[in-house]
Design a protein around this ligand. Structure first.
Ligand SMILES: *Cc1c(COP(=O)(O)O)cnc(C)c1O
Length: 225
C-alpha cells in the first residue's frame, strides 16, 4: 500500500473528470476517509499532501486526533448519535451527516462557534441508507434558521452501490438540483455551496455532476492496515 502513488492516480482522475466538464480541480476537495486504517496510515496520507481526513465514528476520530491533532481538517461523515456530539464538536471542521432536528439542537447547544454542516440526503431511497428524502430536505433546512451555531454549507449523499452508471449519475444529479434549490432560497444560514458526493468507485461521475467534496477511503488509503 503506497498512499502517495494512489494519490497521484486519484488526482489524475480528478483532473480528467474536471476537464471533461470544464471545471477547475481546485473546486474539488479530496477527503481521505481513514475509518478502516491506522493513525500511521492516516499520517502517511497527510505526508503525501492530503489536508482533509474523514471519520465515521467518534472513537476513530478521537483516537487519531490524539496524535494528529489539528494538522488535518477533520470531517465527520458517519451517522452521529446525539450523545456523541460533545466528544467531537470542538475537533471537526465539517459534519456531513446532519439528518434530524434533535441532532441540530445538540450541535447548536454544544458548539462554541458556528459549525459547518452538510445535510445528508437519501436520494436513492434505499432503506439501508440514512438521510432525509429530497422532499423533506428543503423543509428541514428551513427549520434550522434559528440555530445560531449551525451553518448549512451543503448537501451530502451516498449513491446506490450499483454498476449501473446511469443510476449513480442520476442520484448525484438529483442532489445537485436540490442544492441549487436551497441556494435559490438565499437563506443566510444556508449558503449551501458544497456537494459532498463520490467515493472510491464513483468519484469521477460525482465530479462530472458537480461534487465539491469527494470522500475516498479504499482507493486512497486501503481498507486495512
Ligand atoms: C466509508 C465511507 C466512504 C469511503 O468509502 P470508500 O468506498 O472506501 O471510498 C465515504 N463516505 C462515507 C459516508 C463512508 O462511510
Amino acid at each position: 500500500m503506497k498512499v502517495a502513488s494512489n494519490l497521484e492516480l486519484i488526482r489524475k482522475q480528478i483532473n480528467e473528470a474536471c476537464m471533461k466538464v470544464n471545471r477547475s480541480p481546485e473546486e474539488v476537495t479530496l477527503i481521505a476517509v481513514t475509518k478502516y486504517v491506522s493513525t500511521e496510515r492516516a499520517n502517511e496520507a497527510l505526508e503525501a499532501g492530503i489536508f482533509d481526513l474523514g471519520e465515521n465514528r467518534d472513537e476513530g476520530l478521537l483516537e487519531k486526533w490524539e496524535v494528529l491533532q489539528d494538522k488535518p481538517s477533520w470531517h465527520f461523515i458517519g451517522t452521529l448519535q446525539t450523545r456523541k456530539v460533545k466528544n467531537i464538536i470542538d475537533k471537526v471542521e465539517y459534519i456531513h451527516s446532519l439528518d434530524r432536528i434533535s441532532l441540530a439542537e445538540e450541535i447548536n447547544k454544544r458548539a462554541g462557534h458556528k459549525i459547518k454542516c452538510l445535510v445528508q440526503v437519501n436520494v436513492s431511497g434505499e432503506e439501508s441508507k440514512h438521510g432525509l428524502t429530497p422532499e423533506e430536505a428543503l423543509v428541514f433546512i428551513k427549520s434550522l434558521h434559528s440555530f445560531e451555531n449551525i451553518i448549512i454549507e451543503g448537501l451530502m449523499t451516498m449513491a446506490p452501490l450499483s454498476d449501473d452508471e446511469h443510476l449513480v449519475r442520476a442520484c448525484f444529479r438529483k442532489l445537485r438540483v436540490l442544492r441549487d434549490q436551497v441556494q435559490d432560497m438565499n437563506w443566510d444560514f444556508a449558503p449551501c455551496t458544497e456537494l459532498s458526493m463520490g467515493m472510491s468507485n464513483d468519484y469521477s461521475i460525482a465530479i462530472e455532476e458537480g461534487a465539491t467534496m469527494v470522500r475516498i477511503g479504499t482507493a486512497l488509503v486501503g481498507e486495512a492496515g
